[in-house]
Design a protein around this ligand. Structure first.
Ligand SMILES: [Zn+2]
Length: 437
């Protein structure tokens, strides 16, 4: 079956009515992690600085259920730390707290302290949808068959009946799950009173623009008023290190994804501010120019989520704060080497550590503060930078959590040097290249 469908044609279906959003996410938003809830003020300084350059970027403090359970913290602590930083700085733009990667069974504890919900349905991707559901979807959307001209995409998208059926079978269960979670939150918090993101990034294979289109259409059918969507992009988005992959391919895919989102908004009544969310988006220095140019060209928005690397800035700051801090970093690294299997296991698909490149505990015994800082700080061209040590320590935050107040007292004692690192990392290495160039 093949036919040409033009979205601008007078015979196209009229879009579903757009539902009002009381809580609307701004064009640019930036998710910041703060594992130990001590750096919100320093993070906020970066947002103030970029705002002073004329770019409004809204902070979203995110922390997942998994991180809360590793650290033993409650979602209310994220809200409290953010509230305090906002109050002290006089920040007057919106700000949010994100219940990151929640599911139906984990969302409850976040309801009282989050206004942004990242609905994670990656686990349902690939679960075969009942054929009745698939056929109902196909029947309801004849416009998806054949060749689709989507504004901005040079080669038009073509979907054969088989291809469409395959995509629908693969994603409908995930979309239905997103619908269940969305409606549950809506029931608890009220329609339009929260920001919904749908995330599909924690899966094996990237979603093509064709798949993204089908997913958006199905989400619109489900009534999910999502304001951001986090697909899995092509290439590796490892935690805390640069992008690994084909830059030209990423650029093409990112551009096409933006076009597909605009199409979803125009045609299917999805929220008009719908934008892409880039997860594990911190430290992806090589794709920032591509993203910046694509946003400038299209006028699209962006949500970018950092991978909780503020905790690494705390270690860098401690390295620069004298003997006591250096001893602490060394101790954590030695423990991390001992427990490497257990620490890296939950993150196996998002880290690439070469064991042979990890110095052993005796080797690092002689390292001074600057050596630690240079090893950990994400300046890829620095001769002492070691992405393996950085990734290992990135996933080792629970070792510091186990030290309790010994760690948090060090954070308080050395808050100046740590705060400077937190600010500088966020502003200089992230916001500037992403939004200013
Ligand atoms: Zn994610």
């Amino acid at each position: 079956m093949q036919k040409n469908v033009s979205i601008s044609g007078s015979n196209s279906l009229s879009p579903a009515p757009r539902r009002p959003l009381m809580l609307r996410l701004s064009r640019f938003s930036f998710g910041v992690g703060d594992r130990f809830a001590h750096q919100a003020s320093s993070q906020l300084r970066a947002f103030e600085k970029i705002r002073a350059q004329g770019i409004e970027v809204v902070p979203v403090w995110n922390k997942s259920n998994r991180e809360h359970s590793f650290i033993g913290s409650e979602p209310s602590s994220v809200r409290a730390a953010a509230e305090q930083a906002v109050r002290e700085s006089g920040w007057s733009l919106p700000w949010h707290t994100d219940a990151d990667h929640i599911r139906l069974e984990t969302v409850d504890r976040f309801l009282g302290s989050s206004d942004f919900f990242t609905i994670d349905v990656a686990d349902s991707i690939g679960k075969q949808a009942p054929s009745d559901d698939v056929h109902r979807f196909l029947k309801h959307h004849p416009e998806l068959f054949g060749t689709l001209d989507i504004q901005g995409i040079e080669e038009s998208i073509f979907l054969s009946g088989d291809a469409l059926e395959e995509i629908a079978s693969k994603y409908l269960m995930a979309v239905q799950e997103a619908g269940r979670i969305f409606r549950y939150i809506e029931h608890k918090l009220g329609s339009g009173n929260f920001i919904a993101e749908v995330s599909m990034d924690e899966t094996d294979l990237p979603q093509t623009p064709q798949e993204l289109l089908v997913i958006l259409v199905a989400l619109a059918d489900e009534g999910v008023a999502l304001q951001t969507i986090a697909p899995k992009f092509t290439g590796r988005f490892n935690k805390g290190v640069d992008y690994v992959g084909d830059l030209d391919r990423f650029a093409k895919e990112f551009h096409e994804d933006l076009c597909v989102l605009a199409h979803g908004v125009a045609r299917y009544g999805l929220p008009s501010n719908l934008k892409l969310s880039v997860h594990s988006g911190s430290d992806k220095f090589s794709i920032y120019p591509i993203i910046r140019q694509a946003l400038a060209k299209s006028g699209a928005g962006l949500h970018i989520k950092t991978a909780g690397t503020t905790w690494l800035e705390e270690l860098i700051g401690l390295s620069e704060s004298g003997q006591e801090g250096v001893a602490f970093v060394r101790e954590i690294y030695a423990l991390a080497l001992e427990q490497i299997g257990a620490l890296t296991e939950p993150y196996a698909s998002v880290i690439d550590i070469r064991m042979s490149e990890l110095p052993d505990a005796t080797e690092v015994a002689s390292w001074d503060g600057p050596r630690w800082a240079n090893t950990l700080r994400h300046i890829p061209s620095h001769p002492q930078y070691n992405s393996n040590v950085r990734q290992l320590l990135h996933v080792s935050f629970k070792l510091a959590a186990k030290k309790g107040t010994r760690y948090t007292d060090l954070l308080k004692k050395h808050s100046d040097v740590i705060g400077q690192n937190v600010f500088d990392n966020l502003y200089t290495r992230h916001m500037k290249p992403l939004f200013l160039g």
